[in-house]
Design a protein around this ligand. Structure first.
Ligand SMILES: Nc1ncnc2c1ncn2[C@@H]1O[C@H](COP(=O)(O)OP(=O)(O)OP(=O)(O)O)[C@@H](O)[C@H]1O
Ligand SMILES: [Mg+2]
Length: 452
């Protein structure tokens, strides 16, 4: 029987004294005796009460201990508690599992022996450092149960006793093996995504290139036809000159030669030659430029940012698209004589082609389509505004036009990538692309670029 089972107040001692009082003569000594016994009873009752309290506290303590143990057991993070001397006082199951050593083997050992060489040098400073600060996310590695390093992100803080004296430190480490693997996977996926995006840009570029071919062909037709014309003229001139030279060498007399010279119009030929050759060269140069633009446009490589004159790029972009359009809009171009920007010429070309193409598409069925282009400098930026006389963009779509695959065109007509890619190309070179509707109607896109 436990002491606490005894009911205080019903002590056998007092009962007996009560009973004896009936048979003996009550006197003064006896009263004192009774008092003593009463006191003893009180003390005994107190004792029993204390005992009960103690037992209750003890079981609460045991409960708390079990709770703490269960929490420590369930922790996936590693816990190491050390004394001021750096010797391990307590560890949890996570550490036992990682190191393959039991708590009994570990307690009393210097904590640094748990770590592999490189980390050991680092953790050697922990006891000193925690005096002034708590350490967060230190990358350290334990020696794993298989002898291989087990990487952890470790926090370390000082531990004080109830009087505020430093008595040791607490190390908590999160295994980061999983995290590292997840990070590696993420990295690989990100790379794949980037690759896919590059391909997408290229595919979209090729698609727009296809649409542009008609315009470019028209562009090429012009210089090529006057190169041809000039060459035919030069050929004719050549045979006249040969004829005249032959006469010169055969020793014909002066008057005959003069007549021949007039008939063959040698003087006019000599006067024309220079401009014919210049014109031919110009035509050839124009062809070379168009081919260069085309190559830049279709190129999948990333050019380093360069300084270039924006106006010719704007002109060719518009020409290419407009020439290829079924219904050619009236183009109103408004730009300064010279606007130098820094960026990627090919990208700017591609963006403008996309914007102009969209404008042309949206005005396809208008009786008098008009396209307005305005380029101007604003602070350290150069702005290119592309505006059309179409219906504009509904409010609810304004936020979505830059989303990939957002298109209101019929299936097969648009991929919905044009603006998404253009936006990326603009921001890639430190610029920006914005959309809105003009108060006088029509959509207004403004491309901002870095001024040179
Ligand atoms: N000038 C404009 N006026 C009205 N709506 C426009 C204009 N430009 C773009 N949009 C709207 O934005 C959508 C997305 O344009 P985006 O250039 O990204 O793709 P798309 O032209 O539909 O297809 P893709 O360019 O890939 O062939 C268009 O389908 C259209 O609804
Ligand atoms: Mg488009």
């Amino acid at each position: 029987m436990k002491m606490s089972d005894h009911q205080p107040g019903k002590s056998g001692l007092l009962e007996r004294v009560d009973a004896e009082r009936h048979f003996t003569d009550p006197g003064n000594g006896e009263a004192a005796w009774i008092e003593v016994i009463q006191k003893m009873d009180e003390v005994y009752a107190d004792l029993v009460r204390y005992q009960v309290e103690l037992e209750e506290k003890n079981s609460a303590l045991e409960e708390a201990q079990r709770f703490i143990e269960s929490v420590q057991r369930s922790m996936t993070d590693v816990l190491i508690v050390c004394g001021i001397n750096g010797r391990i006082q307590q560890v949890n199951r996570a550490l036992e599992e990682i190191t393959g050593k039991s708590a009994r083997q570990l307690v009393g050992k210097p904590f640094a022996t748990l770590f592999e060489d490189e980390s050991r040098k680092l953790v050697a400073y922990f006891p000193e450092k925690i005096r002034s600060e708590t350490l967060y996310d230190c990358e350290v590695s334990l020696i794993g149960s298989d002898g291989r390093p087990a990487p952890l992100a470790m926090n370390c803080s000082s531990r004080f006793d109830h009087e505020g004296r430093l008595v040791g430190m607490v190390l908590i480490g999160r295994p980061v093996g999983e995290l590292r693997r997840a990070y590696k996977d993420l990295h690989a996926t990100h790379n794949e995504l980037q690759h896919a995006q590059q391909q997408l840009v290229h595919a979209e570029k090729m698609a727009s290139l296809g649409r542009l071919v008609a315009g470019v062909a028209h562009e090429l037709n012009n210089p090529i036809s006057f190169v041809f014309g000039n060459m035919h003229a030069l050929k004719r001139y050549g045979s006249s000159i040969t004829h005249y030279f032959n006469a010169l060498h055969s020793g014909d007399d002066e008057t005959k030669l003069r007549k021949l010279r007039d008939d063959l119009r040698i003087d006019k030929i000599l006067g024309d030659m220079g401009s014919l050759i210049d014109g031919t060269l110009e035509g050839a140069e124009r062809v070379r430029d168009i081919v260069q633009d085309l190559r830049r446009f279709s190129g999948n490589h990333r050019e380093a940012p360069q300084r270039f004159e924006l106006c010719p790029v704007v002109r060719t972009s518009v020409e290419w698209v407009v020439k290829a359009a079924r219904r050619k809009p009236e183009v109103v171009l408004q730009m300064a004589e010279s606007l130098e920007v820094v960026g990627n010429k090919g990208f700017v070309h591609q963006i403008l082609v996309n914007l102009v193409q969209n404008a042309v598409d949206v005005m396809e069925n208008l009786p008098t389509p008009r396209l307005f282009l305005r380029c101007f400098r604003e602070g350290d930026k150069v702005i290119v505004e592309v505006r059309d006389s179409g219906p504009g963009i509904p409010r609810e779509n304004l936020m979505r036009v830059f989303d990939p695959f957002f298109t209101t065109k019929e299936v097969g007509k648009g991929t919905g990538l044009g603006l998404y890619i253009s936006y990326g190309l603009a921001t890639d070179q430190g610029g920006d692309l914005r959309v809105g509707n003009h108060p006088d109607g029509g959509a207004l896109f403004s491309l901002s670029l870095k001024a040179a």
